[in-house]
Design a protein around this ligand. Structure first.
Ligand code: ASP
Length: 453
């Protein structure tokens, strides 16, 4: 059995949905299908998920929601009409959205998730209806009935391990199952979504649960490239990545696959194939366990360069820090007590830097954190630095190979880019540089040129 996921651009209009259905029907193994909400049809178009967030915001503010609801209804209606579906599915979708809007708004995050989930939920119902109207044995699967149970972290949920056994039963069905991506249910029965782009995660969870032969992830590019094509002209297509390489690149801003999407398939060793709905015969890019990498792939020291903005650094200095037992733990405990997640902790003899995503910054919380660091750890200096970017040079092949760091630092120096931090884990699958945010694109260009010519 293959699990197959289609992103928003593949569901954007009737023509795209017809391509999706042709792809599903071309292979009887493609039985478990995850769909996103309709995405952009053209560059400045709106995604249905964004329209739903707008609607939720309006409802929370108490603004009249009619126009917002109609805009979403019209989008589905035009898709249903262009597909020639004769039932009143678009009206059912409108009723569904109105029902959601009229539910309790006391918990804003809960309410917003309930609305966000409407995008994929109705997308799945529409695709199932279209396939059925053409005589195919297809059905919509409700994630609650299927057993997709998530943590109750609205907008940022994680799958609970107990989901897997129940979801495994989907493997027994001989129908084509259309499963909405992006959301599941909490243990108390609330709709909860993953973070944005989370339909990739749904697909990966299902692939792991049914032990799929492959997880095919259809998007709108022929391949994953060695660098972001919006930064580097005509970057090199990469036919294969290891899980680790892809994980590092997605972490640092490759948006082709959700950052958390590989975790469920990683332990089972299920191959992920990124493919193009508009060009389904091209082989795409494979993401595989390290031991399945081909010889050709292993020849590359570096397979990708990525940069992500929006980081800040908390610098802490204390003379003789290295002699203190438990200093790092106590520092991180202060962050933990305030619910702050950290990313990296490069350190020196008498200093340690904690790299944190800027989205967690809150003046009051950080004032409290800094006060506690001075009081509890008796440090000499604490400083915050904003506007940082992280640039990653990624490749399994750099393990034991000499000169990768030298090539990278030379390229950054030649481009007049100041390096604020260097971090290389012992797994040697990536080298990470902390630089000023304004240098992010320049650094990707410079590093790409140095490694790919
Ligand atoms: N529709 C959701 C989003 O735009 C989830 C997804 O497409 O994967 O983030």
């Amino acid at each position: 059995m293959k699990v197959i996921k289609f992103g928003g651009s593949s569901l954007a209009d009737a023509a795209q949905i017809k391509k999706v259905c042709d792809i599903i029907l071309s292979d009887p193994e493609r039985r478990l299908v995850v769909v996103s909400a309709p995405g952009k049809r053209f560059k400045d178009d709106e995604k249905v998920t964004d329209m739903l967030i707008e609607l939720a915001d309006a409802a929370i503010k108490g603004t009249n929601t009619e126009d917002f609801i109609n805009k979403i209804y019209n989008r589905y209606k035009s898709i249903a009409d262009d597909l020639g579906i004769r039932t009143d599915i678009a009206e059912q979708i409108k009723d569904d959205i109105e029902r959601r809007v009229s539910s309790s708004r006391t918990n804003k995050d809960r309410f917003t998730d309930l609305l966000k989930a409407a995008g994929e939920d109705n997308s799945a119902k529409l695709v199932a209806e279209y396939l059925r109207s053409n005589g195919h044995d297809a059905k919509y699967v409700n994630p609650k009935d299927a057993g997709l149970i998530l943590s109750d972290e609205f907008g940022n949920a994680r799958v609970l391990p107990k989901s897997y056994n129940k979801l495994a039963r989907l493997a027994k069905s001989s129908s084509i199952m259309i499963f909405p991506g992006f959301f599941g249910y909490s243990e108390t029965g609330e709709v909860v979504t993953f973070s944005r782009g989370g339909s990739d995660v749904t697909g990966a969870i299902l692939a792991a649960a049914v032990n799929a032969d492959i997880y095919e992830n259809f998007t709108d590019v022929d391949s994953v490239f060695a660098a972001n094509p919006n930064i580097v002209d005509d970057p090199m297509p990469i036919p294969m990545f290891s899980y680790e390489e892809m994980r590092e690149l997605s972490y640092a801003g490759f948006n082709v696959l959700h950052e958390e999407a590989l975790a469920p398939v990683y332990h089972k060793g299920i191959t992920v194939n990124i493919k193009n709905t508009n060009n389904p015969d091209t082989p795409g890019t494979l993401i595989v366990p390290t031991n399945a990498l081909t010889k050709e792939h292993k020849q590359f020291k570096v397979v990708g360069i990525a940069a992500d903005k929006g980081f800040m650094t908390l610098h802490v200095e204390k003379y003789m820090m290295n002699r203190e037992i438990g200093f790092g733990r106590r520092l991180l405990q202060i962050l933990e007590d305030e619910g702050i997640s950290y990313e990296h902790t490069p350190s020196g003899i008498d200093s340690i830097s904690v790299i944190i995503r800027e989205k967690y910054y809150n003046e009051d919380v950080f004032d409290k954190i800094i006060k506690s660091i001075y009081q509890d750890l008796l440090v000499d200096n604490v400083a915050l630095e904003f506007g940082q970017a992280i640039v990653m040079v990624v490749g399994n092949g750099m393990t034991h190979s000499i000169g990768t760091l030298a090539t990278a630092t030379r390229a950054l120096a030649d481009a007049n880019i100041n390096i604020n931090m260097i971090n290389q884990g012992s797994s040697e699958v990536s080298i990470m540089f902390g630089i000023d945010e304004d240098d992010a694109s320049k650094s990707v260009k410079a590093l790409y040129k140095a490694f790919f010519g």
